[in-house]
Design a protein around this ligand. Structure first.
Ligand code: ZN
Ligand code: ZN
Length: 297
């Protein structure tokens, strides 16, 4: 009977994970493996022969290790699931702003009272406290308890892509400098002599190292996209907003605030959760609890 009980407990614990698809996690790992495979078997070997500094060549692996740690912490964490037993205390953590979050609403699916800043996630099928968004890449919700580690995950992923891009670009530039091709000339189809220009150099590199140039193009694109997303996430963290709140507040944004019905009071959104840059940043790493709030007031 003890073993049966244990098995049931494990299945109950696993069910939200089984219902979520891990397609994007597989894609995530496959892309990382492809980039690091290419880096290890070609770029690293060539750079080692060209006597690049070992620490520079190892930097992408160090960042990858940090990134994988953050990935595991973020994907396996309880993001802050609202349950019947903790709802009463979570309701007291944040004030209801009366615009995005109304007091006294009950989630029709979980039948728990919705704390301010929480939202029901249809993928996880639970309400999540300080809900940010459901991330398919880590296959978990981002909420009060894992928002900080998610930011670290994003920063380390961007840094990994940037480090690989930098080492690879340095390698290709070194190849061009050593080959002295930049001072040469080439003959076109009409037999005319031309000085070497950038498109010719890119073409030359692509024909010589097709996989490396393709990989470099991919990691540069990734660095730009992730860099943009990182900046956005950092902005949200510093202003103490969740992605959910940012999206919803767009509806109340823009001036003047014209009510849809003449007798309606115009709803003006104002971020009431911001406590200044440093305390906002601290909050995503150390979510406030009811006890803390009581201590301060
Ligand atoms: Zn719910
Ligand atoms: Zn979710």
């Amino acid at each position: 009977p003890h073993r049966n009980y244990h098995r049931c407990w494990v299945l109950n614990r696993l069910s939200p994970f089984l219902s979520r698809s891990c397609l994007f996690v597989v894609l995530h790992i496959a892309l990382q493996a492809a980039v690091f495979g290419e880096y290890t078997w070609e770029v690293f070997v060539y750079c080692w022969e060209l006597q690049f500094h070992l620490l520079l060549l190892l930097l992408p692996y160090l960042l990858l290790a940090g990134n994988m740690g953050c990935f595991l912490l973020c994907s396996r964490a309880n993001p802050g699931v609202v349950t019947k037993s903790n709802a009463a205390s979570l309701v007291q953590v944040y004030a209801y702003d009366g615009v995005l979050f109304q007091r006294g609403l009950v989630c029709p699916t979980c039948s728990v009272e919705k704390p301010a800043r929480s939202k029901h996630c249809s993928v996880c099928r639970t309400c999540v406290h300080r809900f940010d968004h459901h991330c398919v890449w880590v296959n978990n919700c981002i909420g009060a308890s894992n928002a900080g580690v998610f930011l670290l995950y994003l920063l380390s992923l961007t840094a990994t892509a940037a480090a690989i891009a930098a080492v690879t670009a340095a390698f290709l530039i070194q190849v061009l400098l050593l080959s002295n091709i930049m001072h040469g000339t080439y003959l076109d189809a009409q037999g005319q002599e031309h000085a070497v220009e950038i498109p010719f150099l890119v073409q030359h590199l692509f024909l010589t190292f097709p996989r490396i140039v393709f990989m470099l193009g991919f990691v540069i694109l990734l660095t730009l996209v992730l860099g943009g997303y990182c900046s956005f996430s950092l902005y949200l963290a510093l202003t103490n907003q969740t992605t959910n709140e940012w999206c919803k507040s767009r509806r109340f944004g823009g001036s003047p605030h014209l009510p849809s019905q003449p007798h309606d009071r115009p709803l003006v959104y104002k971020n009431i959760y911001s406590k200044g840059i440093w305390r906002n940043l601290k909050e995503i790493f150390k979510p406030p609890t009811v006890l803390e709030r009581k201590k301060k007031t």
